[in-house]
Design a protein around this ligand. Structure first.
Ligand SMILES: [Zn+2]
Length: 390
């Protein structure tokens, strides 16, 4: 009697942005996938919420189970935290063009084991899974390849691997720069936060569009946009630390050129140029908010205008924003970019978090299209904030 061979499901993450930990095939249609995660330069603050892998040999139409394990790490030196929770809904794709979230019915959570399980019936034998829709070099190249007279490209700084951190300057060269507001938008300091790149991409595309309001903004402002700050980490499937293990949104007060070239080089640029408003974009799993130096009366109008604009023009939701970024003493080596810019030059510098779990205003997790659609409202709100109270 012949025993039918059960073909193995082959898992790989050996491609740009890919990441997976140890994979075990627990049964013919059951995979246990550890999330690789990343720790900092001292082996602390492990965060495990970026996974992006391909499966081949899936049995079409039959139920497949994947357990995501090894999720526990620590955050800001508090052990036991895990970014992947019962509310996490990974995305899947058969072609890396169309990505779909797994449904509530396909996901389950084991609180004792700290384990996320998805059960699904694949339509094809090859499939990709990720924490959210990746934003890759190809997307960035397409954005930078837009041939528009109002777009100028340069390098904002250099990474550990010697890559250039791209910066896109958008303004109308026919109007004199001296009368313009200078607005900075930085995305993706943390490699896993692909949604921030999608939002920056959307902002750039709208600012370069034929929209009459975009044309007005190009005449009255210079937008300096960094869509992928951690260009190394994004390519290598990292989570939140640079190639030497340093957090790109801490260390702004202490950055050394050898260990943290990204911060060191971009810091010089940010301190040297004009700055009427600065915003760093981040993703969190479960909350939207904006924080900044709101205790400063000179900055407060900009903070209020930014949050008001975001509420009216985008899916942003948070009753407590703008929150105070300077409320507590900050330890040496723990300054974020916005805290540092305020401490150093009293700049109206803000941080915005955008959640990836089911969004209360959308009734579903944000897709890349949702993040991208934030771009217009984001650009307009930044412009209003830069002009507030003046
Ligand atoms: Zn972040």
């Amino acid at each position: 009697m012949m025993i039918p061979m059960l073909a193995a499901i082959v898992v790989t993450a050996a491609f740009e942005g890919g990441s997976v930990g140890r994979v075990e095939q627990a049964g013919p249609r059951h995979l246990v996938c550890a999330v690789k995660g990343q720790a900092d330069q001292n082996g602390r603050n492990r965060q495990a919420n970026w996974y992006y892998f391909r499966m081949d040999g899936l049995p079409r139409g039959e139920e497949v189970r994947i357990d995501f394990t090894d999720l526990v790490g620590e955050y800001n030196f508090r052990p036991g935290s895990h970014a992947v929770t019962k509310n996490t809904r990974p995305v899947f794709s058969y072609d890396r063009k169309t990505w779909t979230h797994f449904t509530d019915g396909e996901a389950s959570w084991d609180e004792k084991e700290i384990r996320l399980t998805i059960r699904f019936r694949p339509e094809r034998s090859r499939m990709w899974i990720a924490h959210m829709e990746p934003y890759t070099r190809e997307h960035l190249s397409r954005l930078m390849g837009l041939n528009r007279p109002h777009l100028h490209l340069e390098a904002a700084g250099l990474t550990v691997r010697g890559n250039e951190i791209p910066m896109l300057t958008i303004t109308d060269p026919a109007a004199a720069d001296s009368g313009k507001k200078v607005i900075w938008l930085m995305a993706r300091q943390h490699a896993w936060e692909a949604g921030t790149s999608w939002a920056a991409d959307g902002a750039v595309r709208w600012l370069l569009s034929g929209d009459a309001e975009a044309a007005r903004l190009r005449k009255s402002a210079v937008f300096q946009v960094m869509p992928v700050f951690d260009i190394d980490g994004a390519a290598e499937g990292a989570v939140r630390f640079n190639a030497n293990g340093f957090d790109n949104n801490r260390n702004w007060d202490t950055a050394e050129p050898g260990k943290m070239p990204e911060i060191f080089t971009v810091r010089k640029l940010l301190l040297g140029g004009r700055m009427d408003l600065f915003l760093a974009l981040h993703n969190t799993e479960s909350v939207d908010y904006v924080e900044g130096p709101v205790m400063d009366e000179r900055v407060r109008p900009a903070a209020e205008a930014l949050v008001k604009g975001l509420r009216e023009r985008t899916s942003f939701v948070d009753g407590r924003s703008p929150r105070n970024s300077m409320g507590a003493a900050i330890d040496k080596g723990r300054y974020t970019v916005n805290q540092y810019l305020y401490a150093e030059r009293k700049a109206p510098a803000f941080l915005m978090e955008m959640m990836v779990e089911r969004h209360p205003r959308l009734g579903r997790p944000r897709t890349s299209r949702d993040f991208s659609a934030l771009g217009e409202g984001l650009a307009r709100s930044l412009w209003e904030a830069a002009n507030a109270g003046k």
